[in-house]
Design a protein. Structure first.
Length: 147
């Protein structure tokens, strides 16, 4: 009897995990980027500002509100922040954080992006152009390509 209850519990647990994974995958398009209809109803968590200095594993930025953020480039779980573009002091960036605001989740060099693209918006750290969430493959002063 106990074996049957344990087996039933395991089956229910695995079915629930499959449903959760299927629901999560509906929130993203075929490229793994978030569906833009989801970002429209969610408050934008992107922080804008200017890079003031950085080291091998750190990044600091003065926000548009005048706050100075000192961040690590690697999250507590060991994953590196998603940095798009080059790190150059004095340039503007769009930033989202993780680990209670202590680490970079996504960082986009807006100064470099605006050399190539004018009609865009950033929502929760994602680039949106013409209603589509775009993934930047390369970004520097000379090139901007998309995946």
């Amino acid at each position: 009897m106990k074996k049957n209850l344990l087996l039933a519990a395991l089956v229910l647990l695995s079915l629930s995990a499959c449903r959760r994974q299927a629901a999560d995958s509906k929130d993203h398009n075929a490229d793994g980027l978030p569906d833009t209809t989801l970002t429209e109803g969610v408050a934008d968590s992107t922080i804008y500002g200017t890079a003031c200095e950085f080291g091998m594993s750190t990044f600091s930025m003065v926000t548009d509100q005048g706050d100075t953020l000192y961040l690590t480039r690697t999250a507590n779980d060991g994953t590196d922040g998603d940095i798009t573009g080059e790190l150059i002091e004095g340039q503007r960036y769009a930033l989202t954080t993780c680990d209670s605001g202590q680490a970079i989740r996504r960082l986009i060099n807006l100064t470099q992006l605006e050399r190539h693209v004018k009609d865009y918006r950033i929502s929760n750290g994602y680039l949106i152009m013409h209603g589509d969430t775009m993934r930047i493959a390369t970004l520097n002063d000379r090139t901007c390509t998309f995946e």
